[in-house]
Design a protein around this ligand. Structure first.
Ligand SMILES: O=c1ccn([C@H]2C[C@H](O)[C@@H](CO)O2)c(=O)[nH]1
Ligand SMILES: [Zn+2]
Length: 135
């Protein structure tokens, strides 16, 4: 895996990490396992899977557990993101998870989509962020 902000993103490695994470999903209610993986600006790969709950609305998306893994592995900023479903299809994060990703984006966060790579700003334009909070 290429590290840092300078080199090319190894999208195949991200797909592989997302697929491995997807295989850990706990999705007995939807039968829709999801895996998410991201490259950090310092070259780590973090990943997560969806974890459902009998109280359906409490379900954790794969992106949620991935962000937990990001924080627990040292934090940092995200540079590239890949999400996959059980059929191996590239998946877009839900609206809530776009907001989660926005919070932890690096100077540039790229997301793989079914139609190619897009930026965070393209998938969540005019986002609300920490810069809008005032004290
Ligand atoms: O980007 C997404 C979209 C959906 N899901 C999960 C939530 C739920 O467990 C299942 C069906 O919505 O897929 C994710 O984890 N990430
Ligand atoms: Zn989500």
């Amino acid at each position: 895996m290429s590290a840092g902000t300078g080199g090319a993103v190894d999208w195949a490695a991200l797909r592989s990490a997302a697929t491995a994470a997807m295989q850990r999903a706990y999705a007995p209610y939807s039968s829709f396992p999801v895996g998410a993986a991201a490259l950090t600006e310092d070259g780590r790969i973090v990943s997560g899977c969806n974890v459902e709950n009998a109280s359906y609305g409490l379900t954790l998306c794969a992106e949620c557990t991935m962000v937990g893994a990001l924080q627990m592995s040292g934090g940092g900023k995200l540079r590239a993101f890949f999400c996959v479903d059980g059929a191996g299809q590239v998946l877009m994060p839900c609206g809530r998870c776009r907001q989660l990703l926005y919070e932890h984006r690096g100077s540039r966060l790229e997301l793989m989509t079914a139609s190619g790579v897009k930026t965070m700003d393209e998938v969540l334009p005019d986002a609300f962020g920490p810069e809008h909070l005032s004290d």
